[in-house]
Design a protein around this ligand. Structure first.
Ligand SMILES: CC(C)(COP(=O)(O)OP(=O)(O)OC[C@H]1O[C@@H](n2cnc3c(N)ncnc32)[C@H](O)[C@@H]1OP(=O)(O)O)[C@@H](O)C(=O)NCCC(=O)NCCS
Length: 171
């Protein structure tokens, strides 16, 4: 979906292949990619491949760059997509390590969630995080989400499987 959303410190806009160098900075970082479903990007062609695969014409998928207003830099990305089978919106996010701990991801994701509530009448949001990844759990708590169930997820390449918690918020 092609929208632009402004928050206090960020502009959220569709992420594109022009952002490849900025994205590669965090997608190639072992600490940032550790719990992400994508395997760590080893070459910028991995990043370009992902960015080119995004369908921004899909109204049920928002894949956004987080642009820091202060510097104009793309410092992270996040998405929300509709799961029709269970009628909820699934969230995911990551941000460059030097920007951790400033509340930027909760700020971005809150704006995205508000947007789908207002424009798509979203019934619920859901997300999962590795049990070890307490930082991501904090983001979901800040979004008002609570424990739903346990489960597990694997990286796309099957290299590792993490026990996880699913969190949800029903509006
Ligand atoms: C999880 C993540 C998105 C949090 O984003 P953020 O913008 O830093 O979020 P916050 O500033 O609200 O911090 C969340 C928690 O991270 C922890 N944290 C913050 N800064 C930290 C730092 N520099 N080092 C270690 N932990 C830190 C704190 O526990 C914080 O919770 P608190 O605010 O209650 O103290 C970010 O750490 C990240 O990109 N991690 C790697 C990718 C990832 O795991 N994504 C989620 C997959 S499900």
């Amino acid at each position: 979906m092609r929208v632009t959303i402004e928050t206090e410190r960020l502009i959220l806009r569709p992420i594109t292949v022009e952002d490849a160098e900025a994205v590669f900075k965090w997608a190639s970082d072992p600490e940032v990619s550790k719990f992400m479903i994508y395997p760590r990007h080893r070459d910028i062609s991995d990043t370009k491949g992902w960015l080119e695969s995004i369908d921004h014409d899909n109204p049920d998928n928002y894949e956004m760059a987080f642009v820091l207003k202060e510097t104009g830099e793309v410092i992270g990305s996040g998405g929300i997509y509709y799961r029709q089978d269970e009628d909820y919106w699934n969230i995911g996010y990551n941000i460059r390590k030097d920007q951790w701990g400033k509340g930027l991801v909760p700020e971005a994701m809150q704006a995205l969630v508000d947007h789908v509530r207002e424009t798509r009448n979203a019934r619920a949001i859901r997300g999962s995080f590795a049990k070890e990844n307490k930082k991501s759990g904090r983001v979901m708590e800040k979004l008002g989400m609570t424990y739903l169930k346990e489960g597990e997820y694997s990286k796309f390449d099957g290299s590792v499987t993490f026990p996880c918690y699913y969190y949800e918020r029903i509006f």
